[in-house]
Design a protein around this ligand. Structure first.
Ligand SMILES: [Fe+2]
Length: 185
């Protein structure tokens, strides 16, 4: 799996912002496990969300820039909040949650086609087992499960709320791009 470490670090420079080095390595490991499990060699080639891309006519949208949008948006929210109040949250958990919120898509899609995991479980339930397999805490599984309205789990922590909002904005930006490009929705 460690052959994927360099590609993961290059794809997600935000990993370096995780202060706890053991935690940072485990987040990287979760991505490495997901890549190895699905025989993915080009992380940059993984699509963002095939069924939505099809409906938006955006076949070239990729997962990596979306995850970076979400991570940087989440960090901007954290910084903005911290300027005016003493918020109690783990910045490391926000970054890790943002970086891993869509990791289950590697199991849900093979290129643009849904896998059995994607068909039978949908997005993002399998992410919980990826988090567990990497030995990451339940707070991260909660962020994964609550980041989208597709599950009935609502964010119960500030960290999860931040990631959900950052993801909603990042996804809306992709949809707005489809509108701008004049694609059919
Ligand atoms: Fe997302």
């Amino acid at each position: 799996m460690d052959q994927h470490y360099e590609a993961i670090e290059q794809a997600f420079p935000e990993l370096e912002s995780i202060e706890n080095s053991d935690f940072r390595d485990t987040v990287r490991e979760a991505w490495a496990i997901a890549m190895a499990d699905n025989a993915i060699t080009e992380i940059e080639a993984v699509p963002w969300f095939p069924p939505v891309q099809r409906s938006l006519n955006l076949p070239d949208e990729r997962l990596v820039p979306h995850i970076r949008d979400v991570t940087q948006g989440a960090l901007a929210l954290v910084e903005s909040l911290k300027k005016r109040r003493s918020v109690t949250l783990s910045v490391d958990t926000v970054i890790a949650g943002a970086l891993l919120h869509d990791v289950s898509k590697l199991y849900e899609f093979d290129g643009m086609e849904a896998t059995t995991v994607g068909t039978l479980l949908g997005h993002p339930y399998y992410g919980v087992s990826v988090i567990a397999a990497a030995g990451l805490p339940v707070e991260l599984a909660h962020i994964v499960l609550s980041h989208t309205h597709r599950t009935n789990i609502e964010p119960a922590t500030l960290e999860a709320t931040i990631v959900r909002q950052a993801d909603a904005v990042a996804a809306a930006a992709i949809r707005a791009q489809a509108d701008t490009d004049g694609n059919t929705t």
